[in-house]
Design a protein around this ligand. Structure first.
Ligand code: FCB
Length: 432
């Protein structure tokens, strides 16, 4: 059966930042740094999903999807990053998982969608190798508690964003800007993935494990920009996919960085342990050009004119989804592929209690077709999760960008399915 789902993540929707013994995460800290998040927004309340999860599960059921991709907030489970787990946090996900199953919805949790316990960041965060071990312990506990009901486990969501945006560009938590720290973070994230994979598998043999990577095709601006495209592909895609599927970092990028990766004996074997599935998050493609002054690699993205763009400024290019799936199938041959996120932000407005979002409908329709084209060409694509179930805290953009197929009025917490939700529902009902 094809997996149809919707996706969310803990910090973006849960709110209830101090309820049930939750400890602070790096996003609680970062969102309080002046200027870090648009309008000074934070996930303190977000969609208040922590209290409204039953209503949200009803909405998911109404959509007719058969799976729900959410993430577990590590700081609800280990408020101090390690030590004794917090029972109230475990109880919340118990209720959420049972609530999904009661409605015939398969839970697809991600263990790390960027909300590192602040206590671990205080000890070095992903710059520290010890964080990989703490992550594996947390993964083991989650598999023990929920593995009787949850069979599909995702370790990390988009390590590219955690490492490059969090520790190199500093535009996401924890807001550090240092290349060596970012390289260390990327390696420790991947090591954490490898150790967590072993930990989950040690709990029960029927648990399936995967990782979610955001993959972005790079297009050369001019004929002489091929090298720029190769660098961009290496930085965005190969840096994360090569270690996971081939057990090594791409040599051209290692050389381009001119830094050491802190690899210990056995790390690459852990990182490249065979997986049950790869999750691909796909939003856009980028056009790039060579630039000798650019760091850390000599290329930069270019905003080309005359193309369709979302409210994020991201180019809409559905064929790139077909292409990236076929490329992954050819170069990395994962056993199964799931599109774990795909969606678009637009400036929606509520008129007479309705939200008509024709751009999002069109984006969704064309990307579903693009995914099915790759499936028809033989790629093992077995599922699709729309990003996102509902409008939520869009990281450094706060509440200013809306990706939901369901509208959220943050002053009342009212949920209103947009035209795109109706479209998705009808399309799923028709089958592939
Ligand atoms: C992805 C993130 C997700 C959301 C979308 C728009 O990079 O995984 O949380 O912010 O982008």
């Amino acid at each position: 059966m094809f997996t149809w789902g919707v996706a969310t993540s803990s910090y973006q929707i849960e709110g209830a930042a101090t309820a049930g013994g939750r400890g602070p995460s790096i996003w609680d800290t970062f969102s309080r740094v002046p200027g870090a998040v648009i309008n000074g927004d934070s996930g303190d309340v977000a969609c208040d999903h922590y209290h409204r999860y039953n209503e949200d599960l009803d909405l998911i059921k109404w959509l007719g999807v058969n799976a729900y991709r959410f993430s577990i907030a590590w700081p609800r489970i280990f408020p101090q990053g390690a030590g004794s787990p917090n029972q109230a946090g475990i109880d919340f996900y118990d209720r959420l998982i049972d609530g999904a199953l009661e409605r015939g919805i398969t839970p697809w949790p991600t263990l790390y969608h960027w909300d590192l316990p602040q206590a671990l960041e205080d000890k070095g965060g992903w710059n520290s190798r010890a964080t990989s071990e703490r992550f594996a312990e947390y993964a083991h506990l989650m598999a023990e508690k929920f593995g009787d009901r949850v069979k599909n486990w995702t370790t990390l969501n988009e390590p590219f964003c955690s490492a490059w945006l969090g520790y190199l560009y500093g535009v996401m938590a924890p807001g550090i800007k240092d290349l060596q720290t970012a390289i260390n973070a990327s390696h420790h994230l991947l090591l954490g993935h490898g150790l967590a994979t072993q930990a989950i598998r040690s709990v029960a043999s029927d648990l399936r494990v995967g990782i979610v990577l955001n993959l972005t095709p790079a297009i050369p601006l001019n004929d002489n920009d091929e090298l720029a495209a190769k660098y961009a592909d290496g930085f965005d895609n190969r840096w994360y996919a090569d270690p996971v599927f081939k057990g090594s970092y791409p040599q051209d990028i290692v050389e381009g960085f001119g830094k050491e990766v802190p690899i210990h004996a056995g790390d690459m074997q852990s990182i490249s342990a065979p997986l049950d599935f790869l999750g691909i998050n796909f939003y856009t493609r980028q056009t790039v050009t060579l630039d000798e002054s650019a760091k850390p690699l000599h290329y930069r993205p270019v905003m080309v004119d005359g193309v369709e763009r979302t409210a994020m400024g991201w180019e809409v290019h559905p064929e790139s989804l077909t292409n990236i799936i076929m490329r992954v199938h050819r170069d990395y041959a994962p056993k199964e592929i799931y599109i774990t996120e795909n969606g678009s932000a637009w400036d929606d407005s509520v008129i007479n209690d309705k939200v008509d979002d024709p751009h999002r409908v069109s984006y969704l329709e064309r990307h579903l077709d693009a995914m099915l084209a790759a499936k028809a060409q033989g790629a093992p694509v077995n599922g699709y999760f729309a990003w996102s179930l509902m409008d939520n805290f869009e990281w450094a953009f706060g509440y200013a960008k809306r990706f939901g197929i369901v509208h959220v009025d943050y002053s009342t917490q009212k949920r209103t399915p947009k035209s795109s939700a109706h479209y998705y529902r009808e399309r799923i009902a028709k089958g592939l």
